[in-house]
Design a protein around this ligand. Structure first.
Ligand code: AHR
Length: 498
């Protein structure tokens, strides 16, 4: 296989928000995740300092909050000022309600990342959404800015990114909407929100459905900067029957589908230069929460609460998650002209990159993928194309034969230093693969690899076998215009030149 790279042909700069994250009031993402006031590992605001350091290391650019399904019955006004616990009708648990808007913005400012608030378009109203922006972004004018000041925050929070709703298209969502009503609600919400803050960057819940999106965009394109879509490829929300490595590789054949369809619609409507895609929830693995989004509502904790703890089993998150996630990040880079934001769902606990426990954290395999991409890959995508590509067959969703490319590669350049960085992924479960990069080679060549000891390797408390390693042995041969590489089985590799 040969990857021909033309550094002089710069395609586009990627938005750093492609490496964004999502946190929801679900299970241990907030309480016991980022926010643990009783922990000796937490700071004066109750934020876990070990989690914050890990999030800073992967240069978290933006965090979307508070949901997700949770938000579709969330009353933000009860989450500021005097607090009492609230019953979360989405996940059917009592929410302590001690982490609200002020705590979220403070957490993001401490991290140095943008807060992104998803509003309640389920049970909520356009007025409540615009009141939320008043609370966050007006200096002193009106009831809600004054409320923020009385709550101890004299300066505006300046939250730039807002979404109208979360998956309101789906029957699983509280306050779900029909196509016919969604465009009007979004339009009127955006109007009110921008009357408060014309600089608010607005998105709206969408999906890969022509009717939904055409109706939404026809009514709201003038107000929208983004259109939000979500994807989980291993649909294990009700059974936690984790797809094995090979099947996860079959799912990589689907990675481009949703982006292509939404890109096509935006282009057909002449909106591709105005509205970008916010892929603001994505993860290989669907979250495990049985008997909640289903017709049968669990009656006992064992039916619908206790099973959620199984999201915390760290051995679930293997090199399959790492290789798949790297393939998706490559997909985002290849489409960085139309995809401006993506949010790993979630980043802490559940299926996240970081697992918290009372004595510290576990950096799961996917954490190291983000670390490699933000630290080693460049900010500008350059042209490259694969020649003599090899593919192989893996079992698909119904165990049918699916043919996928053996490798997945993207080339970038760092606009500041000129260093070239190429992500080279070998998806094969057992076999190492040779690949030749064809490009001018000047300066130092380094290879950083995430391999693990097997395709099913994982990290856990007291186990850190999966982490990026310098891998000079991957370079078999190099010359003025080529580098011949050996990519280990089931590996994510970043080759840097210069
Ligand atoms: O499984 C978690 C849920 O997935 C999120 O709350 C929602 O946005 C998506 O359907």
């Amino acid at each position: 296989m040969r990857l021909t790279i033309t550094p002089q042909r710069e395609l586009f700069k990627r938005d750093p928000m492609l490496y964004g994250h999502f946190l929801e009031h679900f299970h241990r993402q907030i309480y016991g995740g980022i926010f643990d006031p009783g922990s000796p590992l937490s700071d004066e605001d109750g934020f876990r300092t070990d989690v914050m350091e890990a999030l800073k290391k992967i240069r978290t650019p933006i965090i979307r909050w508070p949901g997700g399904c949770f938000v579709s019955s969330y009353n933000w006004k009860k989450g500021v000022g005097k607090r009492v616990p609230v019953f979360d009708k989405s996940w059917r648990v009592e929410d302590p309600n001690t982490f609200g808007t002020d705590e979220f913005v403070k957490f993001c400012r401490k991290l140095g990342c943008e807060p992104y608030i998803c509003t309640n378009a389920g049970t909520g109203t356009a007025e409540e959404m615009s009141d939320w922006i008043e609370y966050c972004n007006l200096a002193t004018e009106g009831e809600y800015a004054r409320m923020r000041i009385e709550n101890g925050y004299p300066e505006p929070h300046n939250v730039r990114f807002w979404s109208v709703g979360n998956e309101n298209w789906g029957g699983h969502e509280l306050g779900a909407k029909e196509i016919s009503e969604w465009g009007r609600l979004v339009r009127e919400s955006c109007k009110l929100m921008q009357r408060v803050d014309p600089d608010a960057s607005l998105s709206a819940a969408a999906l890969v459905d022509l009717d939904w999106n055409v109706s939404l965009l026809r009514k709201c394109s003038r107000w929208l900067d983004w259109i939000s879509i979500h994807a989980y490829w291993d649909w294990i929300q009700t059974d936690n029957n984790l797809a094995p490595y090979a099947k996860c590789m079959a799912y990589t054949a689907e990675l481009e589908d949703d982006i292509n369809k939404v890109r096509g619609l935006l282009t057909a409507m002449g909106l591709e230069k105005k509205i970008r895609i916010a892929f603001d929830e994505w993860n290989l693995r669907g979250w495990y929460h049985p008997n909640i989004h289903t017709v049968y509502m669990g009656r006992t904790p064992d039916e619908y609460l206790t099973p959620r703890d199984d999201n915390d089993i760290n051995s679930s998150y293997t090199m399959a998650d790492a290789v798949f996630s790297a393939c998706f990040l490559n997909t985002l880079l290849r489409n960085a002209d139309i995809v401006g934001m993506a949010n790993f769902s979630p980043v802490v606990n559940t299926r996240g990159a970081i697992f918290t426990h009372p004595d510290g954290i576990v950096l799961r395999t996917t954490y190291h993928v983000f670390d490699m991409y933000v630290s080693l890959m460049g900010d500008t995508v350059i042209d490259s194309w694969m020649q003599e590509e090899e593919s192989y067959t893996v079992p698909g969703r119904k165990d049918e034969d699916v043919t996928v490319g053996l490798t997945d590669c993207v080339a970038t350049v760092d606009s500041a230093t000129g260093a070239i960085a190429v992500s080279c992924i070998n998806k094969h479960e057992t076999d190492a693969k040779e690949i030749t990069l064809e490009l001018p080679v000047s300066g130092k060549v380094t290879v950083t690899s995430l391999i693990g000891e097997s395709a099913d390797d994982y990290n856990d408390i007291g186990r850190d076998s999966v982490h990026p390693v310098d891998n000079p042995g991957a370079v078999l041969e190099k010359g003025e215009n080529f580098i011949r590489l050996c990519l280990p089985a089931h590996s994510v590799n970043v080759v840097r030149i210069g």
